[in-house]
Write a protein that binds this ligand. Structure first.
Ligand SMILES: CC(C)(COP(=O)(O)OP(=O)(O)OC[C@H]1O[C@@H](n2cnc3c(N)ncnc32)[C@H](O)[C@@H]1OP(=O)(O)O)[C@@H](O)C(=O)NCCC(=O)NCCS
Length: 371
């Protein structure tokens, strides 16, 4: 159970969305008060203690901060919902759900920023994963939030504190998931040296513009999908994506088997009895996949793979496959469609951006690994 915390949410009769009044503007009396009383923040650097003047007190994140942190997160989610109305409310209607996701991470390095003893920002290290051939830390979208005023400084001081801990643990690749319309955070991350790598995007189940009726079949025979699945994986190694994916035939077969076992459906376009294009769709973020956390159990379908062989691209096959995925989603009672893609993907990125709207990005920063 999540601790009961004083509500900072209220809804005006003229606004559909919830707004977070005390934290919403610079007129917040606590914010005005805080600007007068500056605190000292201590950071440790190569054995020396640096003093930094700031309005805020930065402390290690503990379970006591959890309730207030979840409230901040819910506020940020509501703000993103105003820009991305397809985001489902189920994700945050039950604060326990978010609490339960954060609780296992409480032992990881994390910080809370306090102002007059109230939590005004937090960031918690998420998962350590091997990524791009080295150790990486991922701070998922549900592991940080802040009040709106002073957001830039709040993120600067939180990242400064946590990055020093990560580097001390020899983690030189830092990834942060953040809402697509949180522009102050986005700019702050950019100034800190981050750049986008992955987008998570949504669309409704309206017709795909320009989709033609093509001969597309549902395919359940893994052997008939194997070659195109291998070609799809090889595509990621090419510039500009440059990501290594499993291309071994047996491994790909196993991946296809488990994907079908998880309930994903494959559609294929054939030319000369060979699959020239395929797409798979299923329940969002099911199985072991980590993407789309906020969409779990929210009536959201997900495109898991899509590939059209180079010589038949640009002829409308991708759009027809996507239309089949939309039809499948309607038939199976889903309310929206989700896709995750590499932002550097020239073909896929441009294709998804013209049919979906990003609500979340993962941004990454490398630092010097000789430190
Ligand atoms: C993304 C992909 C599946 C789209 O399939 P497709 O059959 O090419 O898609 P369509 O022909 O329906 O639409 C492609 C659009 O890009 C445009 N386009 C322009 N130049 C193009 C080119 N050289 N190749 C492909 N499409 C091109 C098309 O005109 C079309 O635009 P429109 O919607 O304004 O008509 C396909 O490009 C592909 O397999 N890419 C590599 C794998 C990949 O990125 N998969 C997604 C992983 S997240």
């Amino acid at each position: 159970m999540c601790v009961a915390f004083p509500s900072i949410l209220c809804r005006s009769t003229t606004q559909r969305a919830w707004r977070c009044l005390p934290h919403y503007g610079k007129e917040d009396p606590r914010f005005l008060h805080a600007r007068k009383s500056r605190c000292i923040i201590m950071t440790r650097n190569r054995g020396f203690i640096n003093e930094m003047r700031s309005n805020y007190q930065i402390v290690p994140f503990t379970a006591d901060h959890l309730g207030a942190a979840v409230e901040l997160l819910i506020c940020d989610y509501r703000r993103e919902q105003e820009e991305s109305p397809l985001l489902p409310s189920e994700a945050i209607d039950n604060a326990d759900r978010v609490c339960d996701a954060i609780k296992p991470l409480l032992t990881n390095p994390g910080v809370a920023v306090l102002q007059d003893n109230q939590v005004v920002a937090f960031m918690l290290s998420g998962y350590r994963v091997p990524f791009k051939g080295q150790k990486a830390i991922i701070v998922p979208e549900y592991c940080h939030a802040s009040i709106l005023p002073d957001r830039r400084e709040l993120y600067q001081i939180m990242y400064m504190r946590l990055a020093s801990e990560w580097v001390r643990d020899h983690i030189h690749l830092h990834v942060i998931g953040h809402f697509a319309h949180n522009t102050i955070l986005w700019e702050s991350l950019y100034q800190l040296g981050f750049g986008a790598i992955i987008a998570e995007a949504l669309r409704d189940l309206s017709r795909i513009q320009g989709a033609h009726t093509m001969d597309i079949v549902e395919e359940t025979d893994i052997e008939r999908l194997l070659n195109i699945s291998i070609e799809d994986s090889r595509y990621y190694r090419d510039s500009p994506i440059l990501i290594v994916k499993e291309t071994d035939t047996d491994e790909r077969r196993t991946i296809l088997e488990s994907s079908i076992r998880e309930g994903n459906t494959y559609f294929a376009f054939y030319e000369n009895d060979e699959a020239g294009a395929y797409l798979s769709v299923g329940k969002s973020a099911s199985g072991t996949l980590k993407e789309g956390f906020l969409l779990r159990d929210t009536c959201t379908a997900q495109i898991k793979n899509a590939f059209v062989k180079p010589h038949i691209r640009g002829k409308g096959i991708g759009k027809s496959l996507l239309q089949r995925a939309v039809d499948w989603s309607i038939e199976h009672g889903y309310e929206r469609l989700f896709v995750e893609f590499e932002t550097a993907n020239y073909f896929g990125g441009n294709f998804w951006r013209s049919h979906f709207t990003p609500y979340l990005y993962f941004s990454m920063r490398y630092v010097d690994n000789t430190i």
